[in-house]
Write a protein that binds this ligand. Structure first.
Ligand code: A2P
Length: 346
């Protein structure tokens, strides 16, 4: 590997876009030119990358022309990817898309590099590789070693505790503003735009829009995307909940294995710890378990509260926490790019 890669980031002023630059820098990604893109609102602003300043440009249909971009990260929402990803592809870039727009298209690979790196190989069919939903990424990172350990998974039930940063910068600002308003005794006058209800001192059992089957779109993303990434039809039933945490998602995951499996918690711990970028943090006696404040700003998916079901030998419960801006978005996108480079190099 010797050459440098020209990078565009669409949504460069957003929570995930900013984090992509941070991760590229930390990982010493072989970056050549940098093209930060956002809406007209942020155009002219600056970002700093590897000690150099770059001016944010407005995303337009022609902005990729003649720029020789190798990799375009898209993180500005599904409608923006729907409209503009094709222009980046036409200009010769591979698009790594953080939105849900292309994820379930059969010819677009949906990749968590530790779980299904082989799927990247089909990127040429559309020029697009999709980054899965944040809650899905951290869950499959914990499921894959267990799937391999016990030769399959019969079903998964999960309840998520999702941070406000999942809704971007405006989600974080809304929580902070409402807490200010609470201490100023005016929470009742506080606005909410990012979320349907007040998020400060509350939990909201709805993320994304309702679906006809009584689930939400976020919940169905976890169901559908898990099957595609794992390459297996594992039934997943999710309840996705927004909680007043700034950053990092937590998940209570119940895994049912095939009927003949007797869960061995020690073996489960070993399998999880041996898996790339997964770490067990589990000592209830000492109050040791993953929490959002532990996972934030790391690239690790932490697993704790690992226990066998009280009633059934083939059921395991665990608590999975990861920084969803990094593991669930920016870091996964950069890891996809790294694997893509390996493929292109051979
Ligand atoms: P802008 O800052 O110009 O609005 P977040 O998820 O943190 O809310 O960030 C969303 C990102 O998507 C921001 O960088 C935002 O840019 C960008 N974005 C939103 N709408 C557009 C658009 N129409 N064209 C290009 N970028 C957009």
């Amino acid at each position: 590997m010797s050459r440098l890669y020209n990078i565009a980031v669409v949504g460069a002023s957003g929570a995930v876009g900013e984090e992509i630059f941070r991760v590229l820098e930390e990982q010493k990604f072989p970056v050549g030119d940098v093209l930060p893109l956002a809406s007209a609102r942020s155009a002219g602003g600056k970002i700093e990358f590897n000690g150099k300043e770059y001016v944010i440009e407005e995303l337009t249909e022609s902005v990729f022309e003649g720029r020789d971009i190798d990799i375009a990260f898209f993180s500005a929402g599904g409608s923006i990817s729907a409209k503009y990803a094709k222009y980046a592809v036409e200009a010769g870039a591979v698009v790594i898309d953080n939105t849900s727009h292309f994820r379930m298209e059969p010819d677009v690979p949906l990749v968590v590099p530790e779980v299904n790196p082989q799927d990247i190989a089909s990127w040429r069919e559309t020029g697009i590789i999709s980054n899965p939903n944040c809650s899905t990424i951290q869950m499959v990172l914990a499921l894959k070693p267990l799937y391999d350990l016990y030769g399959g998974i019969k079903r998964v039930d999960v309840a998520t505790y999702q941070a406000v940063s999942g809704a971007g910068k405006s989600g974080m600002e809304e929580l902070v503003q409402q807490m200010h308003d609470f201490f100023a005794f005016k929470l009742d006058q506080s606005e909410h735009k990012a979320f349907m209800h007040q998020i400060a001192l509350n939990v909201i059992p709805q993320i994304d829009k309702p679906m006809p089957n009584g689930y939400t779109k976020e919940e169905m993303k976890m169901t559908n995307e898990t099957a595609k990434i794992m390459g297996a039809n594992i039934p997943v039933s999710a309840t996705c909940v927004r909680v007043p945490v700034l950053r990092s998602h937590s998940e209570a995951v119940t895994v049912t294995f095939n009927d003949d499996v007797v869960v061995d918690v020690d073996k489960v711990r070993l399998a999880l710890n041996d898996f790339e970028n997964v770490e067990v943090m589990d000592n209830l006696e000492e109050g040791v378990y993953p929490m959002p404040i532990v996972a934030t700003d790391t690239d690790i998916t932490f697993v704790g509260r690992i226990r066998k079901d009280i009633f059934q030998d083939n059921i395991l419960h665990m608590w999975v926490v990861a920084d969803q801006v990094r593991v669930g978005a920016a870091t996964n996108a950069v890891r996809i790019a790294q694997k893509w480079i390996e493929l292109e190099d051979v």
